[in-house]
Design a protein around this ligand. Structure first.
Ligand SMILES: *Cc1c(COP(=O)(O)O)cnc(C)c1O
Length: 429
């Protein structure tokens, strides 16, 4: 499969090249040249297939033959070696728990898949790739864990000193091997700015192949379409008219769901559940897209004022606003509403959610006020990743899962930096 740049000013290219580059040379996002629906029998018999079989069939058109079939099968199996359970909340609402991976963040799947693809491409070409990421917490851990030990790939993670939780810092700093954590004297935006500066620094990019590992990268974005199929597999015998409420930041996850829908998965509707960062909510009302600076919330993995994947969502709907409006609803919630939802889930349904999942739950409820459906909200992180907020709201302590406990005992290692020149010096050394 070849990919084109949504800016339409760069040549079309292969999957391998698009993964290694991240962004096209014209700074556009890559998009597949075609999306061919799967045979209806695939969905009719989906409950007879393993998750790895479903995933392989769903993604192979985007990747073969650049990665051979048998290797792609192995990549998919290794990526998905944990559970994706649907938990019923009530008659009309379920949650799909995406936090059973090694770092308990839903980004584990995309990070593991992308790491293995890059690892494969590096076997045949001995060029080293350096993955450079800025993290406000969750992305960094998933990327670090996903890329650990992958040959030919170095990972450099920038995080703001003192601004990530203890658990998140341990997940970033205790791995070693090909993973380096740089502790930046500053806030997340400083980390992000340094990363951007590095990508634009010709002296640096002439000397090394830098790439990103956020959802602009197709190898991190596309595998998220699996989630929707796994939910459907578990629910199809009980419910028709399934809709998804997706806590959204950069809109990579929900956009991948729309690819699953193009592949033929019967999805009635999408709900983008947002915190106070409401750029898309406003767009769906005004038809004018006005990016804004992000505001800080308790669901901080969604603090995004200019969602990078929204342009892919528009492309999937042929840039037709009415078509998009028929398929997508979007709501925004305050931190107070999010906390009330966490408490409601706990009191009424004995379910401990994290703040992102709670926003998804609110989206499900609002959609159901005017529509009939069974709505699945995505639980994108384990509640212990946001322990302070969750325990403060439900007034109970939440037990640490074994994955988290294992890193808490280890000693973290990081390198302190406080300027772009220090970052550049590190990368060139
Ligand atoms: C990244 C993230 C999101 C947002 O996902 P997008 O694909 O960027 O919309 C939601 N919840 C959690 C916990 C995340 O880490």
């Amino acid at each position: 499969m070849n990919y084109y740049s949504l800016n339409k000013k760069a040549p079309n290219t292969t999957f391998a090249d698009a993964v290694v580059r991240g962004l096209a040379p014209d700074k556009g996002l890559y998009f597949p040249e075609s999306i061919t629906p799967l045979d209806p029998s695939f969905f009719e018999t989906i409950e007879d297939k393993s998750n790895a079989e479903i995933a392989f069939e769903a993604i192979k058109q985007f990747i073969l033959p650049e990665i051979p079939e048998d290797i792609l099968k192995t990549i998919v199996e290794e990526t998905l070696n944990f559970d994706f359970p649907v938990v019923e909340i009530n008659e009309n609402i379920s949650t799909l728990e995406l936090f059973h991976g090694p770092t308990m963040a839903f980004k584990d799947v995309g990070a593991r898949f992308m790491a293995r693809c890059l690892g494969y491409f590096n076997k045949t070409n001995t060029n080293h790739v350096t993955v450079l990421v800025a993290t406000s917490g969750d992305t960094g851990g998933a990327v670090a864990n996903g890329f650990l030990g992958v040959k030919g790939v170095d990972v450099v993670i920038l995080y703001p000193s003192g601004k990530v939780s203890d658990i998140q810092e341990k997940q970033l700093t205790t791995l070693g091997q090909n993973i380096t954590a740089l502790e930046v004297d500053g806030v997340f935006d400083d980390c992000q700015d340094m990363v951007k500066q590095a990508f634009m620094d010709k002296e640096l990019t002439d000397k090394m192949q830098l790439t990103s590992a956020n959802s602009i990268n197709i190898a991190r974005w596309l595998p998220q379409l699996f989630y929707y199929m796994f939910a459907y597999k578990q629910l199809k015998s009980k419910h028709s008219d399934i809709a998804f409420s997706v806590p959204s930041g950069n809109f990579g996850n929900i956009c991948a769901g729309m690819v699953a829908q193009k592949l033929g998965l019967p999805i009635k509707h999408f709900i983008a559940a947002n915190n106070a960062n409401d750029t898309v909510v406003n767009y769906m009302i005004s038809q004018t897209y006005i990016p804004k600076p992000s505001v800080q919330t308790i669901s901080n993995a969604m603090d995004v004022g200019n969602p990078s994947n929204f342009i892919r969502i528009q492309e999937l709907h042929n840039n037709d606003f009415d078509a998009l409006k028929a398929n997508l609803s979007s709501y925004s919630y305050t931190d107070e509403e999010t906390k009330a939802a966490l408490l409601e889930l706990y009191n009424d349904y004995s379910y401990v959610a994290d703040p992102h999942g709670a926003v998804g739950y609110l989206g499900a409820k609002d959609y159901l006020k005017e529509n009939d459906a069974h709505v699945v909200f995505m639980e994108t992180a384990h509640p212990t990743k946001f322990l302070d907020v969750v325990e403060d709201v439900i007034k109970e302590s939440v037990a640490l899962p074994s994955q988290i406990e294992a890193v808490m005992d280890k000693e973290g290692v990081s390198i302190k930096i406080n300027s772009y020149n220090e970052l550049k010096g590190f990368l060139l050394s």
